[in-house]
Design a protein around this ligand. Structure first.
Ligand SMILES: *[C@@H]1O[C@H](CO)[C@@H](O)[C@H](O)[C@H]1NC(C)=O
Ligand SMILES: *[C@@H]1O[C@H](CO)[C@@H](O)[C@H](O)[C@H]1NC(C)=O
Ligand SMILES: *[C@@H]1O[C@H](CO)[C@@H](O)[C@H](O)[C@H]1NC(C)=O
Ligand SMILES: *[C@@H]1O[C@H](CO)[C@@H](O)[C@H](O)[C@H]1NC(C)=O
Ligand SMILES: *[C@@H]1O[C@H](CO)[C@@H](O)[C@H](O)[C@H]1NC(C)=O
Ligand SMILES: *[C@@H]1O[C@H](CO)[C@@H](O)[C@H](O)[C@H]1NC(C)=O
Ligand SMILES: *[C@@H]1O[C@H](CO)[C@@H](O)[C@H](O)[C@H]1NC(C)=O
Ligand SMILES: *[C@@H]1O[C@H](CO)[C@@H](O)[C@H](O)[C@H]1NC(C)=O
Ligand SMILES: *[C@@H]1O[C@H](CO)[C@@H](O)[C@H](O)[C@H]1NC(C)=O
Length: 689
């Protein structure tokens, strides 16, 4: 009964707006046409006939400008701001002006480039017509006028009056004010009846929540509803109003409303007066605590409320990864050297950040009398990178720290380990192994890049060229052109560089559980490399340790063993044990390959004495007995660097995948940006003996 009443009031309000627009619609472009009944075989292009308008003229479905191309979506054509309220395939790259949006003869709505289909906007085969409704809902009908598909069922970051968020569904913020791809916050109508806000890529559990309508559940199948007068409320499965977020009753005369989970993670109700042509103004928000959204300042950053505005700061000794983009977080502005120095100098001190709270991901907790003892405990522990001190509890942390914010009412003090030595240029330290005059030569290229929008990581581990009898590590020049120079050090590649190297990921040469391997060429084609594109990796690789056991849905980052794939000698133990296969299986293979490069031999070689025939076991034995010189034979090599590489390799081949570092961390270790702790003995050897 109640639901009917609210719906009726909502339609009355919509009718009013319709009338208003009939008489005062604003038409800005001749390319738009009012065609509320779109028939099959109709099409749109970005430049001519770019949209289908609603009867009122307020809403338009079709192309809008995005970056240097166009996206397909719904926007408010009738107001100067042209506010975008929905985007089709929001994470797809923008299309060029050559694209066509076709309401195909089979009833599907598809995006085409020439004759080639590039995306399906609506899976709606068997449909007869479509319509851009005055409510802002784009609807596709069958021949009996039944609704087959509607944009209201696929919200992105915005809800419009009349649209409801069903149980189990969520809206997700955009990347930026002008870029509508998936951002970092979500509002979820949970199946337990609770309406909760979380960062993206987190489990639906309390430690990650930063806003919730209730502590307990409010029943099954609760929906979030939104009326034309700004009333936001929860209805339970039998249609009873069980919670008001806003009381509604806001003026509807010449005024429209929308709710959006904004880029900064705050869910806001906005109004817009059509007559005054002003901007959107904020009517309501659940909390004015703008620092509440967890992860707003990225990894190693924390949020500070200043003058009711949220601003971000980096931990001491850290700087922004990407200027102007806090989502990318902060990174150390110094190179981490070995924690145990030869001459006994203390190379680090602890810097205090008072009144800040962080997610606690401690690996060890102590009870200490003073904050100073807590800082000291971290200084003396090579694995410790930060500590959180509160009420005589000292929690040792590894980086990155996240969800940081200043909270003056909280007495937690964070101490961060910061280098005291003056920074030295990294290149001379980059020499990993010294070259000598014999002829065997190995060069490794370790290339990684982040794929912004996809949040993926790419790796290239290749370009291994074997010559006779000596080896060295080569550095790729960091300048725009991809080429090899004679200096040493791993080097990062951007996604677009790798795209160029592989000629647009054209030639696939292999496929693994987590991505495909493509052929590429560096150095004007003189060096052939293999580029592996990981396709299922979450953005925050470091967090895998906690989550792998980041709780994840099985289909998200795990593949279960079906059949062993990969080259013998390199495959991780989990392949043999019917254990879940994660991206860490590649890290294992990488570790074996690193040993091969250090020792200049194959991973298994039965021609060698028995104790040396299995490389990883031999390396492990040599490491345990402190006899690393055996590994490099009569090569002239920097002992410290060999030890670093061996330690890294041993971390990579840990039996427990969660102990293996992420590939990103491997890179940081290779670069010397992070310390390489002493690895535990991989216990696969015990079990295979
Ligand atoms: C749209 O047009 C089709 C064919 O022209 C017609 O069959 C259908 O009834 C129309 N739908 C509406 C809502 O007017
Ligand atoms: C735009 O669409 C209308 C109706 O579908 C059509 O008559 C007109 O020719 C189209 N204009 C262009 C430039 O394609
Ligand atoms: C559009 O198509 C024309 C002709 O097919 C082509 O020359 C042009 O490069 C294309 N433009 C883009 C941006 O794809
Ligand atoms: C919730 O919805 C599901 C699926 O529509 C239905 O099976 C279930 O009975 C509903 N629960 C309640 C309490 O209405
Ligand atoms: C909905 O709420 C009403 C009033 O609180 C209650 O009587 C009814 O049982 C609830 N329905 C469900 C399915 O929980
Ligand atoms: C919610 O607000 C409406 C008025 O907008 C009121 O009629 C209703 O009783 C309120 N419900 C609750 C649960 O407070
Ligand atoms: C609307 O907002 C923009 C940016 O915030 C501002 O430049 C513009 O002056 C505002 N317009 C009005 C009418 O307030
Ligand atoms: C690193 O940042 C700190 C401030 O956080 C600054 O004092 C120090 O000079 C910086 N070091 C370098 C190498 O930029
Ligand atoms: C900010 O950085 C994140 C993470 O690196 C990236 O995904 C996002 O696209 C960036 N945002 C903008 C607006 O560049």
């Amino acid at each position: 009964m109640k639901r009917e009443a609210t719906e009726r009031s909502h339609y009355l309000a919509m009718d009013f707006i319709t009338l208003f627009f009939l008489f005062s619609a604003i038409f800005t472009a001749s390319a738009q046409q009012i065609q509320s009944n779109v028939s099959r075989s109709s099409s749109l292009t970005p430049t001519t006939n770019s949209t289908w308008l609603s009867r009122s003229g307020l809403y338009a479905f079709g192309f809008y400008k995005q970056g240097n191309g166009y996206a397909v979506g719904i926007f408010m054509a009738g107001i100067p701001e042209k506010t975008v309220v929905w985007t089709a395939n929001r994470d797809d790259p923008p299309v060029s002006s050559n694209a066509t949006l076709l309401f195909a003869s089979d009833g599907r709505l598809v995006l085409q480039m020439g004759q080639e289909q590039v995306a399906v906007v609506a899976e709606s085969s068997g449909s007869a017509s479509a319509s851009m409704l005055n409510s802002g809902n784009f609807v596709i009908y069958n021949s009996d006028q039944g609704i087959i598909w509607q944009s209201f069922d696929h919200p992105t970051d915005t809800l419009l009056p009349g649209q409801r968020l069903l149980a189990g569904h969520e809206i997700v913020s955009s990347t930026s004010e002008t870029q509508y791809s998936t951002g970092i916050f979500r509002l979820k109508m949970q199946t337990d009846g609770n309406l909760v806000q979380y960062p993206v890529n987190t489990p639906d559990t309390a430690p990650y929540a930063y806003f919730a309508t209730s502590a307990g559940g409010l029943g099954d199948n609760v929906t979030l509803n939104f009326d034309a007068d700004g009333h936001l409320y929860l209805l339970n499965a039998t249609g009873f109003n069980i919670r008001n977020l806003t009381d509604g009753g806001y003026p509807t005369k010449e005024t429209i409303y929308r709710t959006t989970i904004d880029v900064d993670g705050i869910f806001r109700l906005y109004s817009h007066n059509l007559k005054q042509n002003g901007n959107w103004s904020i009517v309501w928000l659940p909390s004015s605590d703008l620092c509440a959204p967890k992860g707003l300042c990225g990894l190693n950053g924390f949020c500070v409320l200043n003058d009711r505005k949220a601003s971000c700061a980096c931990l001491p000794g850290f700087e922004m990864v990407q200027q102007g983009n806090w989502t990318a977080g902060c990174e150390r502005n110094f190179t981490v050297e070995s924690c145990k120095s030869n001459d006994g100098d203390i190379k680090y001190n602890m810097q205090e950040v008072a009144n800040t709270i962080w997610e606690d991901a401690s690996y060890s907790a102590l009870t200490v009398p003073f904050k100073g003892s807590c800082a000291q405990a971290c200084l003396e522990d090579c694995n410790c990178e930060a500590v959180l001190f509160k009420d005589r509890t000292c929690q040792k942390q590894r980086l990155p720290l996240r969800y940081g914010r200043r909270q003056l009412t909280d007495s937690t003090i964070a101490f961060i380990k910061v280098s005291t030595s003056t920074p030295t240029p990294t290149t001379p330290n980059g020499n990993i192994l010294k070259e000598n005059k014999k002829e065997l030569r190995v060069s490794i290229l370790i290339i990684s890049a982040s794929v912004g929008a996809l949040g993926c990581m790419m790796l290239v581990i290749s370009g291994i060229v074997f010559y006779k009898n000596h080896f060295r590590y080569k550095k790729l020049s960091c300048e725009g052109n991809v080429e090899l120079s004679d200096d040493f050090a791993p080097r990062s590649f951007t996604y677009s560089e790798l795209e160029k190297v592989t000629d647009g990921f054209r030639e696939e040469i292999g496929r693994g559980a987590f991505g495909s391997v493509f052929k590429g060429a560096l150095w004007n084609g003189q060096k052939v490399v293999a580029v592996k594109r990981l396709e299922k990796v979450l953005a925050e690789g470091e967090r895998e340790f906690q989550t792998e056991m980041k709780l994840l849905k099985p289909d998200q980052t795990k593949t279960f063993t079906v059949g062993i794939r990969g080259t013998k000698g390199y495959v991780a133990p989990e392949w043999h044990r019917k254990l879940p296969i994660t991206v860490k299986a590649d890290v294992y293979s990488y570790g074996i390959m690193l040993f091969e490069i250090i020792c200049c031999r194959k991973s298994v070689d039965w021609n060698l004495p028995e104790e040396e025939s299995v490389l990883d076991e031999w390396v492990c034995d040599c490491f345990q007995s402190g006899n690393l010189t055996k590994l490099v034979g009569n090569e002239e090599a920097d002992k410290k660097q060999v030890e670093r590489m061996v330690k890294l390799g041993l971390w990579c081949i840990q039996d427990d995948p969660s102990l293996r570092p992420s590939m990103k961390k491997v890179l940081l270790m290779l670069e010397g940006t992070v310390d390489i702790p002493i690895p535990p003995k991989p216990d696969s050897f015990l079990s295979t003996i």
